[in-house]
Design a protein around this ligand. Sequence first.
Ligand SMILES: Cc1cc2nc3c(=O)[nH]c(=O)nc-3n(C[C@H](O)[C@H](O)[C@H](O)COP(=O)(O)OP(=O)(O)OC[C@H]3O[C@@H](n4cnc5c(N)ncnc54)[C@H](O)[C@@H]3O)c2cc1C
Length: 460
Amino acid sequence: MDANIPVSSHPRIVIIGCGFGGLRLAKELRDAPVQVVVIDRNNYHKFQPLLYQVATGALEADSIAYPIRKIFAGQKNFFYRMADVQHIDSARNIVVTSVGEIQYDHLVLATGSLTNFFGNDSIEKNSMQIKSIPNALNLRSFIFQNFEKALLAQSGEQYQALMNIVVVGGGATGVEISGSLAEMRKHVLPKDYPELNLEHMQIFLLEAGPAVLKPMSKKSQQDAQRYLEELGVKIRLNTRVKRFEDCRVYYTDTEYIPTENLIWAAGVNGAEVPGLPPEVVTRNKRINVNSWNRVVGFENIYAIGDVANMLTDEMPEGLPMLAPVAQQQGVHLGKNFKRILKGQPPLDFKYFNKGVMAIVSRNKAVVDLPKDVHFNGIFGWFTWLFVHLMTLVGFRNKVVAFADWAIGYFSSDQALRLIIRPFSRKDMKDDKGKKTAERQVATPEYNPTPPAIQTPIEVK
Ligand SMILES: Cc1cc2nc3c(=O)[nH]c(=O)nc-3n(C[C@H](O)[C@H](O)[C@H](O)COP(=O)(O)OP(=O)(O)OC[C@H]3O[C@@H](n4cnc5c(N)ncnc54)[C@H](O)[C@@H]3O)c2cc1C
């Protein structure tokens, strides 16, 4: 089967992935004498930094995604195929996809990253991740489903497992989702669940290292930790999760926290595509590239963004897996393609670090700018909102996100807590749509009689 892409007299550049990097690259090539073929398994570009807001009901899913075909409407050299790339056949210059083979003159991998479960099967099969829009919607449903079940739970431990939420990973995603859940506990849940004693809802943030927000400044780490603790999040540093079985998250061989709700935000691997030789793939599945994103050992294969491992003098362990790196590499590679077409030598990529930020809750965010400039609190929060609003793709998305945030801010409420498509662990799928859960974690037996007030289990 072939993917039915028109033959062109221009060289064909095939881009796998329309995330931050792929999108910028395809746009940069709009006037170039090339045929641009973008392949993505989703027909939309998603804004991953705001996925956790979808998961906690602060934003609607539609406001952080944008149809790929609409982004490129009017770009004459652009073709899109909704497909899953299965492997690369570099000897034949072909990618094998779920809709057939696609030939390339130049190939760019912009496939992003996948959640890293560090080989822990029990966690991979039973925890919730936040890497995609379906993941975020599942998480939203699952948490609210579990509150409904908590009203009916029979035993103390079942009840506690339904109420507790354990977030693993103290990076930006872990911090942001813990803060958002704590705000929900404070402002939203008391109105919706007056029968539940929300003091029994404990939010834990477990981090294997000695601080949250590892890549940020010490000041931002301390500020973020303080903000979370003020919101009642229980932070456990130097704590490594061992396994997740029968509604128990074990952090030593015997000590555990009872929970149904384990959110895994402890790390990512590059989303490599099979077919490249093992020597170009790093331990965390990123692909080694040279200073202008060409895959080491290949003439016509490139990688950008999270999946690319580019070492620089300033960052000898590789550039960070962040949206601005992917965007800047996409634009730069587009410019280099135009130079190559004109017979000019490509230029080295230089990362321009604009700073890093994380939001904890309403009016509380931490921001690190270059040259050791740090700020926090309400000014940091406004900066975070402004930057994210401006980076969202599409005018409609900016307006909807702004409206959702403004309503949430002034009413201290989030409207988006419908359980539209109830989620069960047996429906759990990975990014490629493959089912992952083999068995279900024990769920409580339902008690047909009215709920008794439960005593929380003390977790030391
Ligand atoms: C929850 C979360 C929060 C984040 N917060 C921030 C933040 O606050 N600030 C920040 O700078 N960065 C943040 N990041 C990281 C940022 O999102 C990534 O660095 C960025 O998305 C990388 O861009 P990319 O183009 O490399 O890949 P992506 O944006 O991930 O895009 C990859 C695309 O490739 C497609 N794809 C992958 N494999 C295949 C295949 N085999 N076949 C077909 N299609 C495929 C995917 O569907 C996807 O559309 C966050 C990430 C997550 C998950």
